[in-house]
Design a protein around this ligand. Structure first.
Ligand code: IMP
Ligand code: MG
Length: 228
């Protein structure tokens, strides 16, 4: 596994591409009127690259090779957890030359959490509410199948524990978890992932499928977001 490269800030050009640009310096983060001209200042979050697109590509290829080796000669089904795992699943699955199908499950675990700045508890606001709700059920039966559950990030473990129980009720032949990121220091419920991309420190990350309030999923790198 490749090590985590020294962090760097995203260049202004890239921030501009993703729309993180100040249109006018208003000194506040809301629309204002100046004379007859309406100006908007977008909030400019601080994004620092934690894992570059090259590091991610290299590690995903290694994980795909592990899965290919472990399931040689067998059929598998990738079950992606919407929406965060969509990009990881598509990159991973295309490098596994086995007989494979896809399914997706949608869950909501964070509900309407407040942003850290709105919540005096700060970091605690990122915690799972502990309530997992299925928003999109599986389309197929998992009975007797080799299931690879694909998730973007393992945090408290509450979401994956819930999904794992739900899948085990189908009585699959095998059930393995592939998680791109893992924040072991945040775990509340033990969970074992067979394939883990990168253990990362306790920080809120976005990009490569991961969101903050549904944004930044399309960033090609994984970035730490400060003051989201
Ligand atoms: P858990 O139930 O606490 O393990 O939460 C897992 C889910 O929380 C993941 O599937 C993500 O959707 C979300 N999540 C946890 N940490 C982060 C993060 O740092 N950035 C974005 N989403 C996160
Ligand atoms: Mg997720």
């Amino acid at each position: 596994m490749s090590g985590i490269r020294k962090s760097k800030k995203l260049p202004f050009r890239e921030l501009a591409f993703y729309g993180y640009v100040e249109i006018a310096a208003t000194g506040r983060n809301r629309p204002f009127r100046s004379g007859s001209i309406s100006c908007i200042k977008f909030f400019v979050p601080e994004l620092t690259v934690l894992l570059s697109r090259d590091q991610i590509a290299q590690r995903v290829a290694e994980m795909a090779a592990d899965i290919t080796r472990d399931f040689a000669g067998q059929s598998i089904i990738f079950v992606g957890v919407l929406k965060g795992a969509a990009i990881f699943l598509s990159d991973l699955a295309r490098q596994v030359p086995l007989d494979a199908t896809f399914d997706f499950i949608g869950v909501s675990s964070y509900g309407n959490r407040p942003t850290p700045s709105e919540d005096p508890a700060g970091h605690a606001a990122w915690d799972s509410l502990g309530e997992v709700r299925v928003t999109k059920d599986l389309d197929q039966s998992m009975t007797g199948r080799n299931v690879i559950l694909v998730e973007d990030i393992l945090d408290t473990g509450l979401t994956l524990n819930y999904i794992q129980k739900l899948l085990l009720a189908h009585q699959p032949k095998t059930l393995r978890i592939a998680a791109l990121l893992d924040k072991p220091s945040r775990r509340k419920q033990p969970i074992h992932a067979h394939y883990v991309g990168f253990p990362i420190p306790d920080a809120y990350v976005v990009g490569y499928g991961l969101d903050y309030a549904e944004r930044y999923r399309n960033l090609p790198d994984i970035c730490v977001i400060a003051n989201p």
